[in-house]
Ligand binder design. Structure first.
Ligand code: AKG
Ligand code: FE2
Length: 352
């Protein structure tokens, strides 16, 4: 762990000497990130009944990360790179199907499972001041739903692979929430007691597989990017990226810095409701994915995010009893935040 941390710091220093200012370009060219790498081995999936003392180093490191940059790479979580590759492979098969076929599994906001299904390119704008994001996605939040699972003969394994990855991410996320509670001096089950219904229609936690198509044949609009500047809405997010890179995270001085893929790790970040819940002790940080550089416009990018939300009916009040923010319903908070990403912006190419 120490070695990797040192490596990241070294890389960052090296890049910062010649590239410390934003170029103003919409393709990524940012300094390297100093997001800590924390060894999760003591509480990896499969390790059970671990006394709090054995977790003490990790607890402290996670607290530093979540209250500093709001992002951390976890290594030795028990989720192996091969599992992630399987999800990416099966997802790519889906995203490469013709649009008419994918439409059969399009997300339908009128449906009870309003979040599940395929989302076509340019539908969402995570930064409402930009044109629609150049990405496609497939969402799963209700494991018992059979309605939205693609059943194309070319990818019979789609449901099995995504369903089982959802369960693995859920298990890891609950462990992260336990460690987070301990790091704040709270009871171990403080957060997980409000995340009991993940995978059902009473919780908005979503596994989202993302595909950023090649852009060389696309007319890219002014200020359009792959994924606009935003912070996530819920409790925490687990993120897996392929090696094409491109994710950038805003640092404390307001500068976007690169958060590269480190194979075998899981990138975890604090989301907005968790920041509010912890009275701003833990921080939810802006991040984005710009366009690839000109010589890589013909390449695609993939990522897989697991957005963790507390149960819909929970009322979230500041955990320190401070009343810094009024209590809020978890579902209402998520709905209000998501609405902003879908409503039409009046001018799609405002300066950003
Ligand atoms: O694709 C990525 O690497 C990031 C996606 C993301 O931040 C999001 O969808 O909230
Ligand atoms: Fe995000």
């Amino acid at each position: 762990m120490k070695r990797k941390k040192a490596m990241l710091t070294k890389r960052r220093k090296k890049v910062r000497t010649d590239d410390s200012e934003s170029t103003g370009s919409l393709s990524f060219n940012s300094p390297k990130m100093d997001i800590p790498v924390v060894n999760f081995n003591a509480y990896k999936l499969g390790e059970d009944q671990i006394p709090d003392e054995r977790l003490s180093v990790m607890i402290e490191e996670i607290k530093q990360a979540f209250s500093g940059t709001g992002f951390v790479y976890l290594e030795n979580t028990g989720i192996e790179q091969q599992e992630v590759n399987r999800v990416m492979d099966v997802s790519k098969k889906f995203f490469l199907l013709p649009e008419d076929t994918k439409t059969l599994w399009a997300r339908n906001s009128d449906h009870e499972n309003f979040n599940d299904g395929w989302v076509s390119s340019e539908i969402e704008r995570l930064n409402p001041l930009r044109p629609g994001d150049l990405k496609e996605a497939f969402n799963i939040s209700h494991l018992d739903s059979v309605l939205k699972w693609p059943s194309d003969a070319s990818i019979p394994e789609f449901q099995e692979v995504l369903d089982s990855f959802f369960r693995r991410c859920k298990a890891l996320a609950l462990r992260v929430l336990e460690v987070t509670a301990l790091s704040l001096g709270l009871e171990r089950d403080f957060f997980i007691s409000k995340h009991r219904l993940i995978g059902t229609n009473k919780n908005c936690t979503t596994l989202r597989t993302l595909y950023y198509p090649p852009l060389h044949k696309v007319t890219v609009k002014s200020n359009q990017v792959r994924c606009g500047e935003h912070s996530d809405y819920g409790s925490v997010t687990l993120l897996f990226q392929d090696e094409s890179g491109g994710l950038e995270v805003m640092n404390r001085s307001g500068q976007y810095i690169s958060a590269p893929c480190i194979p075998g790790t899981v990138l975890v970040n604090i989301a907005d409701l968790m920041q509010r819940w912890t009275s701003d002790v833990l921080v939810s940080t802006f991040h984005r994915v710009l366009l690839p550089p000109d010589d890589k416009m013909n390449t695609s990018r993939q990522s897989v995010a697991f957005f963790v939300h507390s149960d819909n009916d929970e009322i979230i009040s500041c955990c320190d009893g401070s009343n810094k923010y009024p209590p809020v319903s978890a579902l209402q908070y998520t709905k209000d935040r998501a609405y902003i990403s879908y409503k039409e912006a009046n001018a799609s190419d405002l300066a950003v």
